[in-house]
Design a protein around this ligand. Structure first.
Ligand SMILES: C[S@@+](CC[C@H](N)C(=O)[O-])C[C@H]1O[C@@H](n2cnc3c(N)ncnc32)[C@H](O)[C@@H]1O
Length: 388
């Protein structure tokens, strides 16, 4: 179920985050529940936090619980299978933890276990609670960046696990230049062995958009490397969440998976979340203009020419096309299309359907040759061999 925007006044970035989460958890839990008797959702920094809804429907755990409930009911209906759904929720703040208890009676169909205190010291308890054959989704969404990633490694490196981390890029970027030892030690714990500091450009690059992009690439690459290494994930991807009305990244959602299906679902959810983000931001900007002029803005909702998603998707598509071509060997060598698309999608923000269309266009243009293309096929199958 998509989140309701009316619950997010003044924190529209959380709407975009929840839009992505709702889509992603719902689609993947449903798929995973066909193959695993146990599905576990872990929220390491659960809140509730600034929720405005009646029944936690605008919190990450509320969204996940709905997805678990829906998938459980569907599998029961379709196949008569009873998947055990579990949510393990950790919260440090005493008042938030007290409120968290109110969610338990709302979901009698799901095993909910809450943990009071810091996330990292609870990792042992969390691991002891996960059934051995479970598939686990882990969300780490702290307010800041203080996560000791080495300590988290045993949890995220479990088999059959996926991770979403909210990487508070803008805070991290601002704190990265503050030389207080405690701050620097915290950043090193988040980004161990990445040499992120040495990779950063000269500090006098200033506040230009270009400088922010360079710093973002370095910091986001560093956290992706950490998760890939410590969690043993071949695919770690990022989607940006912008400030509601400023054209700057607020945070990045980092997603780690070991499966091709995960990459595919991530790109679908990412595109939908970025489009939703554009609509919300456009409306907010229009509201601001309308307030400023004390009249309704005739252009509210119309494209402003500044849409982030449209530009981003065009850039990503161009890069994906180049990456696709670069992976296809010269004849007489060839490669299976199924060995190409996951690597391209893991790096570039295109949907798998769009990439398949691009491959078909390249074939029509004579740029590449598919050796096994069947008549009337519109897009390649994974088994088709392709060469240049
Ligand atoms: C950004 S909020 C989480 C929001 C939630 N994921 C959502 O989208 O609805 C972060 C929460 O983590 C809690 N928290 C902060 N540091 C923590 C820690 N070290 N361990 C556990 N909880 C922590 C805060 O009290 C707060 O409720």
């Amino acid at each position: 179920m998509r989140p309701d925007l009316s619950n997010y006044a003044g924190r529209e970035q959380a709407y975009v985050k929840h839009h992505f989460l709702a889509d992603y958890v719902e689609r993947l839990v449903f798929k995973v529940a066909s193959a695993y008797p146990d599905v576990v959702y872990i929220d390491g920094f659960s809140g509730p936090w600034k929720d405005q809804g009646q029944n936690f429907e605008d919190t990450s755990f509320g969204i996940a619980l709905e997805a678990l409930r829906k998938a459980k009911a569907e599998w029961k209906r379709i196949k008569g299978v009873d998947v055990t759904m579990t949510a393990l929720l950790v919260e440090r703040d005493p008042e938030a933890y007290r409120r968290l208890q109110d969610v338990i009676p709302l979901y009698p169909d799901i095993r909910i276990k809450t943990f009071h205190g810091e996330f990292v010291p609870h990792i042992k308890n969390l691991m002891a609670t996960i059934p051995p054959r479970a598939f686990t989704f882990i969300l780490m969404d702290p307010k800041g960046w203080t996560i000791d990633m080495n300590a988290v490694a045993p949890l995220i490196s479990r088999p059959n696990t996926e991770v979403v981390l909210n990487f508070m890029f803008d805070f991290i970027n601002r704190f990265a230049t503050i030389e207080q030892p405690a701050i620097q030690a915290g950043l090193d714990a988040l980004l161990p062995r990445t040499h992120w500091r040495q990779r950063m450009p000269e500090r006098d690059l200033g506040a230009s958009e270009r400088a922010a992009d360079i710093r973002k690439d370095i910091l986001v690459s560093a956290i992706c490397e950490v998760i890939a290494r410590l969690g043993r994930y071949p695919y770690v991807m990022e989607t940006p969440v912008l400030y509601p009305t400023k054209d700057r990244t607020f945070y990045s959602l980092i997603y780690a998976t070991r499966s091709d299906v995960g990459i595919e679902v991530f790109r679908e959810c990412q595109h939908d979340a970025l489009k939703a983000q554009d609509i919300v931001r456009d409306q907010l900007k229009a509201d601001r203009r309308a307030q400023a002029t004390l009249m309704n803005d005739m252009f509210a909702g119309a494209p402003t020419g500044n849409e982030f998603a449209t530009k981003w998707m065009a850039e990503q598509e161009q890069a994906a096309r180049a990456a696709l071509l670069a992976m296809i060997p010269e004849a007489p060598a060839s490669i299976r299309y199924g060995d190409v698309w996951p690597a391209v999608l893991a790096k570039h923000g295109v949907r798998s359907r769009r990439l398949a269309r691009i491959a078909a266009e390249l074939r029509s243009a004579g740029t590449v040759k598919f050796l096994d293309w069947a008549r009337r096929k519109q897009v390649p199958d994974d088994d088709y061999r392709v060469q240049r």
